[in-house]
Design a protein around this ligand. Structure first.
Ligand code: UDP
Length: 137
């Protein structure tokens, strides 16, 4: 059993897509082990995306992620990290495979509807960034 972090980004929450996105995870055998809606502070968004701080899109990414609430989830299942990435699709929605969340819903490479941890080690850090162990079922 693996755990991974998923975020429904502001563009997804703003367009009332929470239910459809959560369904995709459940239909594909992932279990929602923890879930909450939060409005990220600038400080939190900068810390969460610290790995990208030298990238040209960093400021825009922080503005986007803080403009309205997000839904954060801990997903659980066999091979959850890779499975979540598969369900999400490629970063750029134009390159995302048919049926993936980003292909279905994302507007651009920046506003791409969902975040998902990219590796098991990152997943551990990212889940702990948002959830106490006692909140994960
Ligand atoms: N991003 C962006 N412009 C880019 C590349 C990435 O705005 O050219 C944003 C986008 O929201 C992406 C996030 O930065 O999801 C993190 O980028 P990463 O390459 O880690 O993609 P992901 O793991 O989210 O697919």
């Amino acid at each position: 059993m693996e755990r991974t972090l998923s975020i429904i980004k502001p563009d997804g929450v703003e367009r009332n897509l929470i239910g459809q996105i959560v369904s995709k995870f459940e239909e594909n055998g992932l279990n929602i082990a923890a879930m909450k809606k939060v409005r990220l502070s600038k400080h939190q968004a900068e810390a969460f995306y610290a790995v990208h701080k030298e990238r040209p899109f960093f400021g825009e990414l922080v503005d986007f992620m803080t403009r309205s609430p997000v839904v954060v989830m801990c997903l659980k299942g066999e091979g959850a990290v890779a499975k979540n990435r598969e369900i999400m699709g490629a970063t750029n929605p134009e390159e995302a495979a048919d049926g993936t969340i980003r292909k279905l819903f994302a507007k651009s490479i920046g506003e791409n509807t969902v975040h998902g941890s990219d590796a098991l080690e990152t997943a551990k850090e990212e889940v702990a960034f948002f959830f106490a162990e006692s909140e994960i079922y």
